[in-house]
Design a protein around this ligand. Structure first.
Ligand code: COA
Length: 207
């Protein structure tokens, strides 16, 4: 009973916060690049199933702090978390959609933003068929540009498993620097993982 009440109160607060933010006429910042639209997640079955297809592929989750999805309900949960993050003022996660389609093929954005220290934590993933075509370079370039200009972030961090060469190379290509490997920094799936910290400062960013 107690759990039910606290859940209901939290839900109410969240609804109020979202209405309040919307009343201030704040809207989700949609971005556009040459080939892509970076839009807000839609709380519907199309986005849920697209997210499920991406995260049920073990090649995508191999170096990711999430287990490979086996149930569409897991995708629905993630969809809500990512959607809420913006309206709760905790971060911003864009759904990546190729121009001319509406099906999302990946996502990028800031999982967490510390507005006091102006630090944003970058995250991203792309459906396997779209890898190695420069898509994430294009999407993350837009996300960082927005982060530096509008949030405004002073420092952007990304945490990468040392074996994840695709992710490390993407960051290096964008101008990030490695600050070293932190042993057992991450914990998921029942065990600890070493993580490499990459960073980029606003003054180093050349769009
Ligand atoms: C990491 C990821 C988003 C890269 O997306 P992408 O669109 O394929 O990346 P890009 O095509 O923009 O490539 C950018 C650079 O990364 C490097 N790169 C990309 N894929 C690579 C691979 N499989 N192996 C080695 N380097 C790779 C290349 O240096 C490339 O630049 P170049 O083509 O000019 O040489 C994609 O591999 C992915 O979704 N992986 C699974 C999810 C994941 O691990 N997310 C990050 C968690 S920290």
């Amino acid at each position: 009973m107690q759990v039910g009440k606290s859940f209901f109160l939290r839900y109410l607060c969240q609804q109020h916060l979202e209405s309040f933010v919307k009343a201030l006429a704040i809207s989700f910042p949609q971005l556009e690049t040459t080939r892509l639209i970076l839009r807000e997640y839609h709380l519907d079955e199309t986005d849920q199933m697209a997210l499920f297809r991406i995260f049920s592929d073990s090649r995508v989750t191999r170096y990711y702090n999430l287990k490979t999805f086996t149930e569409p309900a897991e995708a629905l949960n993630l969809l809500h978390k990512r959607y809420d993050r913006f309206w709760q003022g905790r971060g911003v996660r864009w759904a990546i959609v190729p121009k001319g389609h509406d099906e999302l093929i990946g996502s990028c954005g800031f999982n967490a933003i510390n507005y006091k220290t102006k630090v944003g934590e970058l995250g991203y993933e792309l459906a396997r068929p779209y890898w190695q075509r420069g898509i994430m370079t294009e999407a993350v370039t837009a996300a960082i540009g927005y982060g530096v200009a509008h949030l405004p972030l002073q420092r952007i961090e990304a945490w990468v498993m040392p074996e994840n060469h695709a992710s490390a190379n993407l960051l290096l290509k964008l101008g990030f620097q490695s600050e070293g490997i932190l042993e057992k920094k991450g914990y998921w799936d029942g065990r600890f993982h070493d993580l490499e910290l990459f960073s980029l400062l606003a003054e180093q960013w050349r769009d």
